[in-house]
Design a protein around this ligand. Structure first.
Ligand code: FAD
Ligand code: NAP
Ligand code: FMN
Length: 574
């Protein structure tokens, strides 16, 4: 006989929502206790499962942990491994592996997965004839090499002799829902089972009471919006501060803040007119106006819209566009441009569902909670350009700079990044390279070190266009220099002379000293532009180790691989 399921009475001191949640929770708990494990689950109980994650900013890592929870519910004994510390030589002794990995740069691995990838990519990789695996690739379809690293790992494991137990899933930025259904079928496949019927899907599981986070962002009041560039600058970089009072949100220096922006209302208005609908027309239980303002990315043209236009206009060339060609074709266009260009496709309110969800934007936190309790600060470069004769605005950066009044609330949550932290030992030296908005986390690191009285020496490389107008946080940096928080500052103002000077040139000019700091155990950090700066700084670091360390190119590469592996070379690049 099963026990009766307890019910929280109405007289109990809970709100109706709390009572409903608790009753749901108890029902789930008790019913699960009474369901006998299927034979397949019992078999799976003995099966170890390794879940490997390759992650730069924590998404893949968070999904790896969720995957482990799901696996545990199915009776697996999962072990989650960071690819930074997992060696490919462990693979032959595994039987079941789940890989969750994001993609960076030009289809490259995230930093933590680089040594693993170097080991498996060539012919000397171990053979894994007894391994069953499944890969979840994370990416962003606005990059030409969508999910390229996950795809490469999937193919490579097969080439090494592994058996793909379940087809790979390539997730776009909106990965929560696809992940939730894929993980269940992938685990079933790894367990070698027919579908498990009594598995409680994540969507049906009782949800804990609302805590602020990714699925329930905190409405944080904007308490500062200050331009950091002086008049005459060609740039608009803002210092923004939010209050986190009462949110329960906590962050550490090195974390990022995720912001859920709204689209520009004027652009939404123009789009509604071009779609020939009215603001009150309904879509999925809300007005089209609300959906376009809050939920959908309208500044980029997704593949689904291009395909729909191709089909409706009988335009095969358009219908067949894909990959790099598609990206090139839509580059610079927003949805308004596109539907104006193809009036024959007769796009309407119902087609809004073809757009991609508007993802939150991440910003490196520029404050230490020890220096600013109850607050979080950001340093944001405002994106304003022009295309086809119309001004274009970065969705989130202009939302923050122009459209949020002081004291109004902005939905935010903390995106933890344990791969970007100051040294654990406060006496360890730090070298920080942060041109432009790349200064953000280093302001936080320095504030933190000042607050705890850390004795380690700190060296900052900063650069931007002009010293007079673009020296971000100049006063604060000067104060840190004079009080000794900063032991060294080297600046590169790129446009103050005929020839461009960048931070990496300063690194090379001070190669001997920089190498000496590394030899003393300094950690080396880079933040800012990923497409050019971070690659050039990486190249300069190799040159520093070669020239000042007297190493060959291969030895320098190995030296830097070791720095990364020991978490002494960390990057926060975008
Ligand atoms: C971990 C992390 C940390 C970050 N930290 C910071 C930080 O500290 N400070 C900061 O300023 N930023 C930071 N960023 C970048 C930030 O998240 C945003 O990407 C940035 O603010 C631009 O967002 P937006 O919504 O304003 O612009 P978007 O609307 O997303 O546009 C951004 C860019 O995309 C391109 N683009 C837009 N529309 C099109 C189109 N139709 N066709 C082709 N290209 C297009 C343009 O080049 C444009 O400049 C960080 C990013 C990450 C991942
Ligand atoms: N797509 C673009 O064309 C473009 C342009 C600007 C910014 N952005 C993006 O906007 C965001 C914020 O920009 P930001 O204001 O933080 O700074 P930023 O544009 O990265 O500029 C900061 C400083 O870095 C210099 N710089 C340019 N290329 C470099 C390189 N290869 N190596 C080292 N330094 C280099 C810049 O010089 P110069 O500007 O004088 O070359 C400037 O002095 C970043 O994500 C960046 O990628 C994109
Ligand atoms: C600088 C940068 C480069 C990126 N490059 C790619 C890319 O080439 N291909 C892709 O599919 N996604 C790319 N992405 C998107 C990430 O893979 C995606 O945001 C993923 O969810 C990040 O997961 P993580 O937090 O585990 O690293 C890039 C993101 C950033 C910030």
């Amino acid at each position: 006989m099963s026990e009766p399921i307890p019910v929280i009475p109405e007289s109990a001191p809970f709100t109706p929502e709390q009572r409903a949640w608790l009753n749901g929770f108890l029902a789930g708990l008790f019913s699960r206790g009474t369901v006998a494990a299927t034979p397949a689950q019992q078999a799976a109980a003995a099966i170890p499962l390794s879940i490997l994650f390759g992650s730069q900013t924590g998404n893949a890592e968070a999904l790896a942990k969720r995957a482990a929870n799901e696996a545990r519910k199915l009776g697996f004994a999962p072990a989650v491994h960071d690819l930074a510390t997992y060696t490919a030589d462990q693979l032959p002794s595994e039987r079941r592996v789940l890989v969750i990995a994001s993609t960076y740069g030009d289809g490259d691995p995230p930093d933590n997965a680089k040594p693993f990838w170097e080991r498996i990519r060539n012919g000397t990789a171990p053979t894994i004839a007894d391994l069953q695996y499944a890969v979840l690739a994370l990416g962003d379809s606005s990059y030409p090499k969508f999910c390229a690293f996950g795809k490469a790992v999937d193919e490579r494991l097969e080439a090494m002799g592994g058996k793909r137990a379940h087809p790979r899933l390539d997730c776009d930025v909106d990965f929560d829902t696809p992940f939730a259904s894929w993980i269940v079928t992938a685990l079933q496949a790894l367990a070698g089972e027919s579908p498990i019927t009594n598995h409680q899907s994540p969507a049906l599981a009782p949800q804990p009471p609302a805590k602020f986070g990714r699925s329930n962002p905190f409405p944080a009041p904007l308490i500062a919006n200050r331009k950091l560039n002086a008049p005459g600058s060609s740039k608009d970089t803002r210092h923004l501060a939010f209050s986190l009072e009462g949110s329960g949100l906590e962050y550490e220096v090195g974390d990022a803040l995720a912001v859920r922006p709204c689209n520009c209302p004027e652009l939404v208005g123009e789009l509604i007119a071009a779609l020939g609908c009215s603001v009150n027309d309904a879509l999925n239980g809300m007005s089209v106006h609300h959906a376009l303002l809050h939920d959908y990315e309208i500044t980029r043209v997704p593949a689904a819209i291009v395909k729909a236009a191709g089909e409706r206009c009988g335009n095969d060339a358009l219908r067949q566009l894909s990959g790099a060609e598609l990206n090139k074709f839509v580059h610079g266009m927003d949805v308004l441009d596109f539907i104006r260009r193809y009036p024959q496709a007769k796009f309407s309110a119902a087609d809004v569902a073809l757009l991609k969800k508007l993802p939150p934007r991440l910003y490196s936190i520029s404050s230490s909670p020890k220096a600013h309790p109850g607050e979080v600060h950001l340093c944001v470069g405002i994106v304003r350009t022009e295309f086809g004769g119309r001004p274009r605005k970065g969705v989130c950066s202009t939302f923050l700079a122009d459209r949020v009044p002081m004291d109004a609330s902005v939905p935010v949550f903390v995106h933890h990044n344990k791969n970007f932290r100051p040294p654990g030992d406060p006496s360890t030296p730090m070298i920080m390279v942060g041109p432009g908005t790349g200064i953000a986390p280093f302001r936080a690191f320095l504030e933190e070190r000042r607050a705890i009285g850390a004795k380690g020496r700190n060296w900052l490389f900063f650069g931007d266009q002009h010293a007079t107008t673009d020296f971000l946080y100049h006063d604060e940096i000067d104060a840190m220099l004079s009080e000794g928080t900063l032991a060294r500052l080297d600046t590169a103002f790129s446009r103050d002379q005929a020839e461009k000077i960048y931070v990496q040139q300063r690194m090379l000019e001070h190669a001997r000293e920089l190498f000496a700091w590394l030899e003393e155990g300094a950690h080396f950090y880079v933040c800012g532009d990923a497409s050019r700066m971070a690659k050039d700084v990486d190249r300069a670091l190799h040159q520093v180790v070669e020239s000042a360390g007297g190493r060959t190119a291969e030895q320098a590469a190995e030296y830097i691989r070791q720095l990364s592996a020991s978490k002494r070379y960390q990057r926060d690049v975008y």
